[in-house]
Design a protein around this ligand. Sequence first.
Ligand SMILES: NC(=[NH2+])NCCC[C@H](N)C(=O)O
Length: 302
Amino acid sequence: MNARVLHLIGAEVGEGASDGGCKWGAAALREHGIAQGLAATGRTVTWGESVTAQPRLATSRLGAIEAFSGELATAVEKVLHLGQQPLVVGGDHSCAVGTWSAVAETLRPQGTLGLIWIDAHLDAHTPDTSDSQAPHGMPLAALLGHGSEGMTGLYGWRGKLLPQNVVVIGARSYEPAEVDLLAQLNVRVMFMPEVLERGFAACFEEARQRVQASTAGWGISFDLDGLDPLDAPGTGTPVETGIRLADALQVLAGCSQDPSFVAMELTEYNPLRDFGGRTAQAATQLVCAALAPAASTLELAA
Ligand SMILES: NC(=[NH2+])NCCC[C@H](N)C(=O)O
């Protein structure tokens, strides 16, 4: 049983993307009943104040995200200090900087952070390599210590993630510079052809072992565009041929029961593209599967 309180934090940010629709993702998922779905699995669920990016206070898109990252990190850190399990509900994927910087900082006295990054993209640009200059294409690089000071240097230190402690699953849309950076760092990337060939279950299992191997705790950053748009069309930047929802539900079932599972993040839900609410439903099912107190409660989520 996972008796820890599950605390949801809305990350209201769309400034990191060229299409800002994900800013409304957290509010829409709240309205859809994601918290009630989680409570129905048997978890004790609370939802605090959302953290909202303030475009007007910043001089640039990157500046807005840098300021937001610090605020989100403070909110996540508070939840962890209370002994609760955070679920950050995005928001575009730039929110990963705040979420995982706080988790890494909190774990730091015990050790390092492990992270499974499920995504159609690599999100491993820096301001020097990104054509779009969209910060949601940069968070993984920032967590690995590459990028602007404001995104890499939260809490006064860089390298919140060590390359050997992260695995990317489902990548199928990327630019050469980000492939190069991750290859140079020796980050394990399971591109979509590998996932299709071996199956998501085998890939996730290998990833889980790797991120648990020498870390003090691990988590999942789940970008909904990692899923196939047939199952999750309502995302900021959909890319065809992704992970099927049914596979993800089966594989993620009960994974938060592991005592070293610290946090989860769900990103890139764009309600403005979610006709019929299929993606909100998929998002709810996903977090219910992963965060249910026991795998047997999966039927409740399905
Ligand atoms: N989290 C995401 N949806 N990222 C999309 C990034 C797309 C593209 N690689 C860019 O940097 O602009």
